[in-house]
Structures are given as structure tokens and as C-alpha cells.
Design a protein around this ligand. Structure first.
Ligand SMILES: [Zn+2]
Length: 194
């Protein structure tokens, strides 16, 4: 199946903007506080002239969970907070330090929905830029198809305002908070028909 993330030219342009965000936002070396903290490698990293600390701009890992009810409708969440407050999202979140992506999926679904994942299968990943605190944070969003113990105890919490089950064929993709979520759902729709 095609993996469409845009042309190399588009990716290059977006990366240039993101790298300049970091260069403008990170003025001081986080290790020694020197102001001699400059970009290197076409913006891909920042290096301190004083202590030689080198900071590489890498993706943060995040998980997105695909959960359906017995009608085959997909569980979508409404975001409670900024960024993208009120927009539709897949449940999930950032992978915490020393956590596997699977552990993050189980934890996030328990925190956000009070549900217990009993089975999960990795599907696909897509990159995204998550605008937070004035910086575009590059993420790689890892999608899992999840089976939960029961939907009876479903209770939105944490950064989820509410939950809705939507026929995947009728999803309003413009109401989704991120391009990566749209791509994950579109990929899932094709995959589930195989
Ligand atoms: Zn330094």
C-alpha cells in the first residue's frame, strides 16, 4: 500500500520552517547556558561553541489508537485543551521516557477513556508537526488497531472532552486535528477492507 507523506521538496520546505523555529526558540545552550548555541547541518542540530553540547532535532514518538464498537464505528475524541481544542482526534498521546509504544497505548487509553486494551496490532506510522508552546514539535505518530475488554466503562478524562463513534466512511476529515490522523484513518479504511 502506498505510503504518502508528500514530495521530498514539500518535506524539505516544512523542515526548513521547523528548524528555524528551533533556532529562534532555543537561544541558550541547555547544558552550560552559553549564548553561543548555533545551528549546524542545515538546521538539523544545534551546537554549543563553549561546551560542545550537540542537540539533534529528532521526532518525538506518539501513539494513536483505532478502537471500534460492534457496529464497526470508529472511536474519535474531542480535544479538551489547546492545541486544536474542540477538534476531532484519535485517542493516544506521547510515548513517555523508557516506555514502549505498546505500553503508551495501554496507558493512554486507560487515562483518557478508562478502557483496558486486551489486544493491539501495529498498523502504520505517519509524521506530524505538533504546534505547542510556540514551537512545531516533529512527531512520528504510531497507529495501533486495538481491542478493548469492554466499552461499558468508557469515560472521557484527561485531555479528552467527549467521545463519539463515527462510521469510518462518513468521517469529516477537515474536523480532524492533524494530517497524520487523517492519513492513519484513510490507511486503516483501506487496510480493513483487505
Ligand atoms: Zn554549552
Amino acid at each position: 500500500m502506498a505510503f504518502d507523506v508528500g514530495s521530498m521538496d514539500e518535506i524539505h520546505e516544512i523542515c526548513k520552517i521547523m528548524y528555524s523555529d528551533f533556532a529562534n526558540g532555543f537561544k541558550f545552550c541547555p547544558k552550560c547556558s552559553s549564548i553561543t548555541f548555533h545551528t549546524e547541518d542545515n538546521g538539523r542540530s544545534l551546537r554549543c561553541e563553549e561546551c560542545h553540547f550537540n542537540y539533534f532535532i529528532n521526532n518525538s514518538a506518539a501513539v494513536a489508537c483505532l478502537i471500534t464498537n460492534n457496529l464497526g464505528e470508529l472511536l474519535l475524541t474531542r480535544r479538551a485543551f489547546m492545541p486544536n481544542q474542540g477538534m476531532l482526534d484519535l485517542p493516544g498521546g506521547f510515548v513517555e521516557p523508557l516506555e514502549s509504544a505498546e505500553m503508551a497505548a495501554v496507558r493512554e487509553i486507560r487515562e483518557e477513556l478508562n478502557l483496558n486494551i486486551v489486544k493491539l496490532k501495529y498498523l502504520i506510522s505517519y509524521p506530524n508537526l505538533y504546534h505547542y508552546s510556540g514551537i512545531n514539535i516533529p512527531t512520528v505518530d504510531l497507529a495501533f488497531v486495538c481491542e478493548v475488554e469492554s466499552l461499558e466503562c468508557l469515560k472521557p478524562d484527561d485531555d479528552v472532552a467527549s467521545v463519539e463513534f463515527v462510521d469510518p466512511e462518513k468521517i469529516d476529515f477537515k474536523a480532524l486535528c492533524a494530517v497524520s490522523m487523517e492519513k492513519i484513518i484513510r490507511f486503516y479504511l483501506n487496510w480493513s477492507k483487505l
